[in-house]
Design a protein around this ligand. Sequence first.
Ligand code: HEC
Ligand code: HEC
Ligand code: HEC
Ligand code: HEC
Length: 151
Amino acid sequence: MNKKSLFLVLSLLGIAILFISAGIYAGTTAPDVIKMENKIYDKHTKGIVEFSHKKHVVDYKGTCGECHHDATGKPLDLKEGDAVQSCAECHSKAGLAPKGKDAPKLTPKEKLEYHAEAIHKNCIDCHKASNTKTGTKNAPTSCAKCHPQKK
Ligand code: HEC
Ligand code: HEC
Ligand code: HEC
Ligand code: HEC
């Protein structure tokens, strides 16, 4: 192999490594549609929600800080490419808070430790406000409108 083609091969290899490592730094790019299937669940009791991340930012004009915040709950002013933590890293108990007669009384803060409670509050509070504003029911607030029939 002459010097010139060796250089070419090494450059291509370099570019390939850049692409591969970009893929490894997960958490810096959001897919257009996120399958909400968090790993903290051994098994989901409800159908998996498909969350249109891109539409929420572009069409519905959601700001990053309306959904993403820091370890004190303060809204984050993110740029494209910033690393973003998964909700479950902080709201780390799987599922909904226990309900019923024998369930412990939880403070609002303790309730938010449950992943599904935090997610529901974030999604549904905004959807209710949006529907009030538009006078429609376009933003889903009922179980079956978000969770598809389980297969
Ligand atoms: C309407 C709510 C909402 C808005 C607005 C929003 N996001 Fe997200 N974003 C989410 C949710 C929910 C997830 C999935 C998090 C999870 O699975 O724990 C997510 C995931 C991500 C991820 C992937 C994280 C990972 O673990 O792979 C990135 C990066 C991200 N968002 C960046 C942004 C940026 C930048 C903005 C503003 C331009 C933004 N988001 C606006 C709700 C939102
Ligand atoms: C705005 C959409 C939305 C609505 C409305 C909604 N959910 Fe969810 N729910 C979600 C998302 C998103 C998750 C997070 C799943 C994940 O990330 O793994 C979730 C998680 C859950 C979980 C824990 C995961 C599982 O499958 O066991 C339960 C249980 C649940 N929801 C029940 C309900 C019930 C019951 C209702 C109606 C009273 C409801 N949800 C309404 C979006 C919604
Ligand atoms: C770095 C840790 C961390 C991450 C990541 C995180 N949260 Fe939180 N979240 C908090 C803290 C801390 C609070 C404040 C709790 C309190 O005020 O008692 C909070 C509060 C909330 C609240 C209540 C806000 C209110 O108005 O009362 C909701 C809803 C919520 N988070 C949803 C989410 C969602 C959805 C995600 C992912 C897109 C997420 N959180 C990611 C730490 C986190
Ligand atoms: C900051 C406000 C806001 C938050 C937070 C939010 N949404 Fe929405 N969502 C909207 C708006 C606005 C619409 C469109 C309503 C309309 O068409 O009038 C919408 C529509 C939807 C729709 C129906 C259309 C579509 O794009 O698929 C789904 C499903 C949905 N949201 C799921 C979610 C889930 C799941 C979450 C939480 C992870 C969430 N949303 C959080 C504002 C929000």
